[in-house]
Design a protein around this ligand. Structure first.
Ligand code: NAD
Length: 479
């Protein structure tokens, strides 16, 4: 049994939950402790107690801990990647890449601990000096989704600790193994007891307790819009700081002047890899008339060649969907799209067994064409290997459709026109814009986040993470 980490001790939960491999449902990754509300409150109390000391820790101490964690994560990337692929279902290369990213993030924020910045300014009053400094917030509650089991916990834990906060993290129910391993590594890197606490368990109990307990100063959340709204309401009710990263319905425009190979590659990579289970996936492609048919034919050719199989097997291009509920949702959207009058150009059916005959949550990637902008398939996040294509006259119509969405995380364009690329970068209503590169796949050292219904609060990652994880103090001194 894998236990919760509370106040520096590994403790059994109120109950336990089985972590099942979506590539082979007869394979149980492990039994993971499930905390209840009382145990969550103990973790919060432990974090509160540790804060006084940790908030005054030296930058060198924080650098050493985060750097050591990064080193171990990178050294163990193959083993941790295998665990991640086994519990979540992304392919082994994708999973190893995600672990690598987590290691890089710890190294980056180790450096940031040494560079807190600050400003000294003259006052408008004679003889007075003004200093601007950043201080930690206190206890940060971290709530994460299942689709990036180690990268998202890493990009929240690393800055929280780097800037002197204590942490209580609650990972998604479906994927506790990767974050458990991450916390186990950190627990051996010199963190004082209680600075980092792990409480695995249900959102409605462990997550809700983090939202309600006044011992938690700030909440950083990544997940669905519906849960994000609950987080916002609970935090506003008690004036806690919060940050939300939520869903997307990311557009990718393909113009007549695009390099066809680049356009097909961007669409297939960001629409279908990682089984389409990325908040930055290009789930709707908006294509001008002159290239539409060649583009669709090219994507279908590529999809025919992709191998859907066990996530950990060499040669697999697309692993399983994460669980039965998500698979049902993906298949339902394929049916909804067809019911609304769109055409299924490829795939869209469940595959009950992998190539070794093992039962898992597999699905053939679905390409839907003739999708109209008002159809549900063009407006709602599916979060699976399902991409819809809409035909438009020209760039102006494409841009209008791209922006006609309640979301605003990422937006892409495939074009060789500098004029259209430049215009799109300025006018796409999204937090991240990609020209001739897939919408999914972002760097770890620059800000990440969206607009409109996709995000709320300061950006994550890079130096901008300080906006959330610290509070500014303005000090006046008369010498
Ligand atoms: P989810 O909202 O169901 O769960 C996210 C987390 O919230 C889980 O840990 C869950 O246990 C917890 N939770 C659930 N109910 C809660 C409650 N009442 N109180 C507190 N916590 C609660 O999302 P998911 O299905 O795990 O993840 C998929 C979603 O995440 C998709 O919508 C996807 O777009 C989004 N996502 C966004 C980003 C981004 O950065 N924008 C990144 C990855 C995933």
């Amino acid at each position: 049994m894998f236990k919760n980490l509370i106040g520096g001790e590994w403790v059994a939960g109120a109950s336990a939950s089985r972590n099942v491999n979506p590539s082979d449902t007869s394979d149980v990754v492990g039994e993971y402790a499930q905390a209840d509300a009382a145990q969550t409150r103990q973790a919060i109390a432990a974090a509160r107690q540790a804060f006084a000391g940790w908030s005054l820790s030296t930058p060198q101490q924080r650098f050493d801990i985060l750097d050591a964690a990064g080193t171990e994560i990178l050294a163990r990337r193959a083993e941790l990647g295998d665990l991640l692929a086994r519990e979540e279902g992304k392919t082994l290369p994708e999973a190893i890449g995600e672990v690598q990213r987590a290691g890089n993030i710890f190294k980056f924020f180790a450096g940031e601990a040494l560079r807190p910045g600050g400003e000294a300014l003259p006052s408008v009053r004679p003889g007075v000096g003004v200093e601007l400094t950043r201080e930690p917030l206190g206890v940060v509650g971290i709530i994460t989704p299942w689709n990036f089991p180690i990268a998202i916990p890493a990009w929240k834990i690393a800055p929280a600790l780097a800037y002197g906060n204590c942490v209580v993290i609650k990972p998604a129910e479906l994927v506790p193994a990767s974050v458990w391993s991450l916390c186990e590594i950190l627990s051996r890197c010199g963190l004082p007891q209680g600075v980092l606490n792990l409480v695995m368990g249900r959102g409605s109990e462990v997550g809700a307790t983090l939202l309600e307990d006044r011992g938690v100063d700030a909440i950083t959340f990544t997940g669905s819009v519906a849960t994000g709204q609950k987080v916002a309401q609970a935090c506003v009710a008690r004036m806690a700081k919060f940050q939300l990263e939520m869903g997307g319905k990311n557009p990718m425009i393909v113009l007549d002047d695009a390099d066809l190979g680049v356009a097909i590659n961007c669409a297939v990579q960001s629409g279908f890899f990682s089984t389409g289970q990325r908040c930055t996936a290009s789930s709707r492609v908006i294509v001008t008339e002159g290239i539409h048919d060649r583009f669709v034919a090219g994507v279908v050719e590529r999809l025919k060649a992709l191998k859907v199989d066990d996530a950990r097997k060499a040669g697999t291009d697309i692993g399983p969907v994460v669980d039965a509920t998500q698979l049902k949702q993906d298949l339902a959207y394929v049916a909804i799209a067809q019911g609304e009058g769109a055409r299924l150009a490829f795939g869209g059916e469940a595959i009950e067994h992998n190539l070794d005959g093992r039962a898992g949550f597999y699905m053939r990637p679905a390409l839907i064409t003739e999708a109209a902008p008002q159809m549900r398939i063009s407006r709602e996040e599916v979060f699976g290997p399902v991409v819809s294509v809409t035909r438009v006259r020209d760039y102006d119509e494409a841009l209008a459709q791209a922006n006609d969405t309640p979301f605003g995380l990422a937006a892409g364009i495939a074009t060789t026109s500098l004029k259209h690329a430049t215009h799109f970068k300025r006018h796409a209503q999204a937090g991240m814009v990609m020209v001739n590169v897939p919408t999914a796949g972002v760097d770890y050292h620059v800000p990440f986040g969206g607009r409109k219904g996709s995000s709320y609060g300061p950006r994550e990652q890079g130096r901008y993470a300080a906006e959330f994880y610290t509070v500014v103090k303005t000090a006046y001194t008369q010498a």
